[in-house]
Design a binder for this molecule. Sequence first.
Ligand code: GUN
Ligand code: FE
Length: 452
Amino acid sequence: MIIKGDIAYTPSPQELVTIEDGYVVVGDDGRVMGTYSSLPAQYTPATTGTLTAPTLVDCTGKLVIPAFNDLHTHAPQYPMLGNGFDCELLPWLERYTFPAERHFEDPAFADHWYRRFVNRMWRVGTLRFSAFASMHTEATRRLMELCQESGLRPVVGKVNMDRNAPEYLTESADDSLAGTEELIRWARTHTPNVGYVVTPRFVPSTTSELMRGLGELADRYDLPVQSHLDENPGEVAWVRDLHPDIPTYTDVYDRHGLLRDGRTIMAHCIHLTDHERDLLRDRHVFVAHCAQSNMNLSSGIMPARRWLDAGLTVTIASDVAAGQDPAMNRHIVQSIEASKIRTLEAKRGGNDGQASQAGQISQAAEPPLTLPEAFHMATKAGGRFFGTVGSFEPGYDFDALVVDEGENPLDLPVADRLERFVYEGDDRWIERRYVAGREVPEPFAQDTGRAE
Ligand code: GUN
Ligand code: FE
């Protein structure tokens, strides 16, 4: 297959490759063979009657970009987008989130809202993601089935909780582990394109026994792990009280075998000590930066530039429903904005409490994230969690969006058009979606939830 269009992708955070009126050649295995400004002779699609002639998909005048990868979202929070943001994390969980997740004990409710959730992910062009489900085993199975049916390729995990949650969401450690293992084994034969991700909610809601059991399951079945870390100062203090014998929050996960090398996602990571930062780097943890959520729940502003400079893998994530918007282009914008606030505060001498002298830029001022950096964080950096995904370099799975901007009245170059889509565009601009070389049609069009 050959796609013709205006191509943009980020092989590295510093490099935005653009090819106006170019070509992406995709092999039968769904992987990119190359990107070109003029089509090499061997790929000429004109040979009529030849069975092996590649198909030309003509997207002239439209952007062709890597699809988005969202490493942190909560599927059962989809019905409560935008609620409870006068709270910080812990009251928000208690007053809004837990009661919302309770509804997923009803299979009909779960089926209805998970269809809407999966369809929305398709719409906004997030074709791979790592999702928390609720603690309900049957509803989680349904979410995985719907994802498999959709053609998207996410990973999903039943959330594990055996302490400090309302009774209606609390299982014993044994039951939680048994339900988890049942899903892991079931998924291996029933949902080949939807992986299982081991999902302790966060340290306050999982006992040592449960965390240790989950670490063992992850090892035994060689699975990835996802959780929350260092999101809110009250939460961090609570973890210190719960585990006074372990030096830091990050060490609690590590001591229970939950920082699997290169296979672990930790959401937020705002309030890290230097030691925690180094441990996350050494374990090659994917940091899911949830800038919108961090604002909504007044959690803090993660120092993205500092973590990148320290060698951490930082990706951009929605954290639905603490982030109110499922669309990753919004989160790219919000990450850049959050980063600019840090820079401005540092210039004022605000971040580190140093007073700056009039007109002098403080040493602490870190340059804000750039558009190519943030786009890379939402595509290639997160894509690595799923394999060779998130770029158009040779060998990458062709996961792509074709974006029709309508008009280009200012005759903008491709880089500016990409920026305009990221800042101003929405799902109505996305005309086609490809996963691993195959076009994916809208999975549950009747389940959008509102007139669109
Ligand atoms: N920490 C524990 N659970 C959650 C959750 O559902 N959302 C967020 N943002 N943080 C959490
Ligand atoms: Fe979260």
